[in-house]
Design a protein around this ligand. Structure first.
Ligand code: SF4
Length: 413
């Protein structure tokens, strides 16, 4: 019995490849190695790693995570930024990842190595074979250039990946491929807002981590993607006499043009109306984001500001800037338990602009405490993506299943 080290690039490419490898080499032990410092940004790296962990766990394959030495990878491909896919940058990228894999294979006593990159429909098998055989030879081991794509393998890979609800990326991995393959949409892939904003990679990772836990203790899970109208703040703020006023933008606020200098022209209750571009300032005792429960369309530029600023806002000229963007995006809901359970409880998966949201350890302890009831069909839990922007996940789930959620937990205060 021998040991085969498999360099793994992502879960969709790994799922069928590992299954076939196990069938073809039943007497050998398989060790997975996730070594992909080419993946950018880091949130995307973590998401692909998480899905690889889940896949390996299901297949009972040990997985080792390599270093995320992005700077070394960038240095290695310097000067090749504009190369097309399958060009010289990709050859260096393969050498970089496979050389490290061959070194580990040697350390672990594996006499054979291979890579799931061979499964990727956009990669050149001869290019990978050349790289793999060259680096493997340096360490005195053998490289298996397996072609599991042929004979319907690619279709089977997509089928398995869909059935297991594995996260499917839409670019190869590096920042250069990202710019070439996604063109104008790249911007939002590279922005991190902190927390788990609706439809973000962080939100997807949260859902995947909770899913891995629930599956690990044997609970039934289903995951569904849904489209929704997303809204993001690009930049914005309120100033009085050049001093920044603490503020939060109300979801679905429109942008203002340029930097507006204006006066308060009307006060109605706790709302101050400026005399330019329909800007509104709502005075609140405690500055906290408010999730919208129903979308009522775009609202005029509206900020929440602390009530203690009232007099200064009334006395002085106010400056405001705000740039927001509306986008068609995707998010997901995760059902833990059956659709027919007596009671279904919703938990927002996203976080608000002020960072409030449910922590992973809280959700895990909730699942543990309800595990028996979930198994017996008395209760189910459903993680709701993009909840703060008009409950699109809840509405999607209720329409899909014909079930109304009995309870949805409020964002923690
Ligand atoms: S396109 Fe893919 S294979 Fe080519 S350099 Fe980028 S990450 Fe590596």
């Amino acid at each position: 019995m021998g040991r085969i080290l498999v360099h793994i690039c992502c879960a969709p490419d790994a799922v069928y490849f590992l299954k076939r490898l196990r069938e073809d080499f039943p007497d050998d032990e398989i060790v997975g190695f996730f070594y992909d410092p080419n993946i950018h940004p880091y949130e995307e790296y973590r998401l692909r790693l998480q899905e690889t962990k889940r896949t390996c766990k299901q297949l009972g394959i040990e997985l080792i995570e390599g270093e995320y030495n992005l700077e070394d990878w960038l240095e290695a491909v310097k000067g090749l930024e504009d190369e097309p896919e399958r060009g010289r940058r990709c050859s260096v990228c393969f050498d970089f990842r496979l050389e490290r894999s061959a070194r580990l294979a040697k350390e672990l006593g594996c006499d054979v190595m291979t890579t799931t990159l061979l499964m990727s429909p956009k990669k050149s098998i001869p290019q990978l074979k050349d790289s793999g055989e060259r680096v493997a030879k340096e360490y005195g081991i053998k490289f298996l250039a397996l072609d599991y794509r042929k004979g319907g393998g690619t279709q089977e890979m997509f089928r398995l990946s869909r059935n297991l609800e594995i996260y499917q990326q839409d670019y190869c991995g590096c920042i250069y491929g990202l710019f070439k393959q996604k063109e104008g949409e790249v911007f939002w892939d590279l922005v991190s807002f902190g927390g788990r904003r609706p439809g973000s990679k962080e939100e997807a990772l949260f859902v995947k981590e909770i899913r891995t836990f629930a599956e690990g203790i044997g609970l039934p899970v289903r995951e569904f993607e849904f489209p929704f109208l997303s809204w993001k703040v690009l930049e914005g703020g309120v100033w009085v006499n050049k001093e920044a006023v603490p503020s939060i933008v109300v979801p679905f606020s429109q942008s203002v043009r340029g930097r507006v200098r204006a006066d308060v022209e009307r006060v109605s209750g706790n709302t101050l109306y400026l005399n330019k571009q329909f800007v509104r300032l709502i005075l609140v005792d405690r500055l906290a984001d408010r999730p919208v429960s129903e979308i009522t369309g775009v609202v005029s530029p509206t900020f929440l500001v602390p009530a203690e600023w009232r007099e200064r806002l009334l006395r002085s000229r106010v400056e405001v800037s705000l740039r927001t963007e509306f986008l068609q995006e995707r998010s997901r809901v995760l059902l833990i338990g059956g659709e027919e359970a007596d009671r279904i409880i919703g938990i927002p998966a996203d976080t608000l602009q002020d960072g409030r949201g449910f922590r992973g350890d809280y959700v895990i302890s909730l699942i543990k405490s309800k595990a028996e009831n979930i198994r017996e069909g008395r209760v189910s839990l459903v993680l709701l993506g993009a909840h703060s922007l008009g409950r699109p996940g809840q509405r999607f789930f209720e329409e899909l299943t014909g079930r109304c959620l009995e309870e949805v937990l409020d964002y923690p205060s």
